[in-house]
Design a protein around this ligand. Structure first.
Ligand code: PHE
Length: 457
């Protein structure tokens, strides 16, 4: 059985397709929406440096480990873990990594689709003309009305899920592979066109200084922890997505080099997004580079509405955000879909309908968190806040930690070395050290701090 299902989903056509797919997974709302504002809140340039150090020292090593596990198992994360555990004679307890990843992925996609739906809705808000010359209040009102209307939120959430199923149902080569090869180049072209607009029409100097003036005194210990958390989320580590994609990676591709390229693209998009957003925001007097959802859905629309040609550019911006979210969300569906095909004998279509239907239903909880259930909170959490907290602050670090420990200490070294062929001895030693010590220590710090922050501060 295990042998038969091994590799049954096929592989990416080339290493390049894997790079596009992994970059597609990594580049998402985390880069375009979250990175710019947390960078701005944490001392700009100093945070950017801390973030890049975390990506290199913690994110890249763990991502390499996750890909190596996936490629060795060549199945969905759940069955991959089963195989790796048997192969290395490890305690079956480690299998939970697979389950944890797949479940976290499904929980995330349930609310990720709701937020992505906002971006889809905003493509049309931009072109409808109602934001022409809008004030901050008017823009806040447009956003508020969207959130208050469950039927509109469900409409856009559903469209987004259908788009995702449309890709995943096509399988690894013809669905995911083709989609990322088309979407990623479009995303990069759009991003650089927007950068041009922001350079000529925005206050580029102010935006640049906001992001890059290095002032280490503005960076707190908490800021460093936020940089670490962001490094994990943005690289899509610890949710089964990268393990599933690794399972389709050609055997001869060098994992170290490939992941460095992915991390480079991911960081590039985050930084360029900041350089698109802040100059535009600063060009409009009286609006704040405020934190949270407001930056993308309120401040930015006001800025676009007050620039010549801004609304059209704004629509392009939200197409970009939607594409980024789309190419991330498909990587969240795939692990569970692959598992149902392998273990429950389903067709790809059946598996997709089941996973998408289930997560769509769960997503309704997040939809209602913004309106009819907004006041029903448990321990201060709405349903949406709870899922966000549980996945980003608990499941993701836990899974990342287990991955680092499993590959660092538990998996037999000869198997790890087989997957890591081509890695120079120095790089290999550094990698192992990062997995065994740096990453676990850092993750535990983020984990404890995140929980402490939420409940005791
Ligand atoms: N990396 C994505 C982002 O930055 C989010 C994501 C996490 C996607 C995990 C897939 C898996 O938005």
């Amino acid at each position: 059985m295990a042998l038969q299902q091994k590799g049954m989903h096929g592989t990416w056509v080339s290493r390049w397709t894997f790079i596009m797919a992994a970059t597609g997974s990594a580049v998402g709302l985390g880069n375009i929406w979250k990175f710019p504002y947390i960078a701005g809140n944490n001392g700009g340039g100093a945070f950017v440096i801390a973030y890049l150090v975390c990506i290199l020292m913690i994110g890249v090593p763990v991502m390499m480990a996750e890909v190596a596990m996936g490629r060795r198992g060549r199945q969905s994360p759940i069955n991959t873990m089963r195989e790796l555990v048997t192969e290395s004679g490890a305690s079956s307890w480690w299998r939970q990594i697979g389950w944890l990843g797949v479940i976290a992925g499904m929980l995330i996609i349930s609310f990720y689709a709701v937020i992505a739906g906002w971006a889809l809705a905003y493509i049309f808000e931009m072109t409808s003309g109602q934001l022409q010359g809008a004030s901050g209040e008017m823009a806040a009102d447009v956003f508020g009305r969207l959130l208050a209307d469950p039927s509109r939120l469900i409409f856009w959430q559903s469209i987004f899920m259908v788009l995702c199923v449309g890709v995943v149902v096509g399988g690894v080569k013809k669905g995911l592979g083709v989609a990322v090869e088309i979407l990623m180049p479009i995303l990069f072209v759009m991003l650089f066109v927007l950068l041009g607009f922001s350079y000529f029409q925005g206050d580029f100097e102010a935006g640049w200084n906001f992001l890059f003036s290095v002032d280490f005194s503005a960076l707190s210990g908490r800021g460093v922890l936020e940089a670490m958390g962001q490094a994990f989320f943005t690289l899509s580590i610890g949710m089964g997505a990268i393990m599933a994609y690794g399972a389709y990676m050609p055997q001869n591709a060098n994992i170290g080099k490939t992941i460095l390229i992915v991390a480079f693209f991911d960081s590039l998009v985050a930084i360029v997004s900041g350089l698109v957003i802040f100059p535009i925001v600063f060009a409009t007097p009286g609006i704040e580079a405020s934190a949270g959802p407001g930056l993308m859905f309120i401040s930015l629309p006001v800025a676009f509405g007050n620039m010549s040609g801004g609304l059209l550019v704004g629509a392009v911006f939200f197409v970009l955000v939607s594409i980024a979210a789309w190419s991330s969300a498909i990587s969240l569906l795939e692990p569970a879909v692959a598992w149902l095909i392998e273990s429950k004998n389903m067709s790809r279509l059946q598996a997709n309908l089941l996973v998408a239907g289930g997560t769509w239903l769960l997503g309704l909880g997040s939809v209602f968190s913004f309106n009819i259930w907004a006041d029903s909170t448990v321990a201060g959490f709405t349903f949406f806040d709870f899922l966000d907290f549980l996945t980003s602050n608990v499941m993701l670090p836990l899974c990342g930690l287990l991955i680092a420990l499993f590959v660092g200490f538990v998996m037999k070294k000869e198997f790890v070395d087989e997957e890591m062929q081509g890695l120079s001895p120095v790089f290999a030693t550094l990698w192992r050290f990062a997995l065994r010590f740096i990453a676990p220590a850092a993750i535990i710090a983020v984990f404890v701090m995140g929980i402490y922050d939420k409940f005791f501060s």
